[in-house]
Design a protein around this ligand. Structure first.
Ligand SMILES: CC(C)(COP(=O)(O)OP(=O)(O)OC[C@H]1O[C@@H](n2cnc3c(N)ncnc32)[C@H](O)[C@@H]1OP(=O)(O)O)[C@@H](O)C(=O)NCCC(=O)NCCS
Length: 197
């Protein structure tokens, strides 16, 4: 079942973020603090834009999520004002971990490529536990985002992914995402929301 995010999902979704954070596999122990990934890739979304966060549920428990911002530029501004102070309070010692991860948490990473801005203003992250994969949950979560983006008149959706995550790339290819050719260490893909809805 796919449904909207509820505040008491937070702990489960943080756990899912960690368990899928290493190119789709368990990232526990990968970074100095297991809280870094959910503090950079999950909680800012459910805090700032809960209306575009959805949950896949199995037997009454969350097994996956899609979090998204429809207006990445506005979201990034809010991130810096509202989330960066939270992130810095939780992770004051930048020198102890990978710089890129602290940059994301701090809202410093340019997640909004100028050439992408006009056509693909929305962006997303999607993660499902292994038991929830391969049953159509990913496609169903994407459909929710597609519908919301269409309703809001958003012309395009992008995402950034690790080149090492081949199964995810196959999923995005299947759904019709195109390589936008702007990523450096990551691959940036984009799609018209009508193709997801
Ligand atoms: C990637 C992920 C979101 C895909 O979700 P999913 O629920 O497993 O995918 P679905 O079952 O909805 O598949 C949708 C379509 O993609 C195809 N697909 C999915 N994974 C595929 C794969 N590894 N190889 C080929 N095709 C794949 C399916 O065959 C299906 O095609 P159809 O609907 O036309 O029959 C999910 O597997 C996942 O969360 N993985 C771990 C975390 C992760 O890597 N997140 C992405 C980080 S960038």
């Amino acid at each position: 079942m796919i449904r909207g995010y509820q505040p008491d999902d937070l702990a489960d979704l943080r756990r899912i973020c960690l368990l899928t954070g290493n190119d789709g596999t368990d990232a526990t122990g990968l970074y100095p603090d297991d809280a870094l990934l959910p503090d950079a890739f999950l909680e800012p979304y459910v805090t700032l834009v809960p209306e575009t966060c959805w949950v896949a549920e199995l037997d009454g428990r969350p097994v996956g999520y899609l979090v998204a911002a429809l207006d990445t530029a506005a979201f990034t501004e809010r991130w810096r004002d509202e989330w960066t102070p939270v992130f810095r309070a939780r992770h004051p010692h930048r020198e102890t971990g990978p710089e890129w991860l602290y940059d994301v948490g701090d809202g410093e990473e340019p997640r909004y490529w100028p050439s992408v801005a006009d056509h693909y203003p929305a962006h997303l992250h999607i993660d499902l536990l292994p038991e929830a994969q391969g049953h159509g949950n990913g496609r169903a979560l994407m459909r929710q985002l597609g519908l919301a983006a269409l309703a809001a008149g958003v012309p395009g959706i992008h995402l950034s992914m690790s080149p090492g995550n081949a199964p995810a790339r196959a999923f995005y290819d299947r759904l019709g995402f195109d390589d936008l050719g702007v990523g450096r260490d990551s691959i940036v893909l984009g799609i018209d929301p009508a193709r997801l809805a």
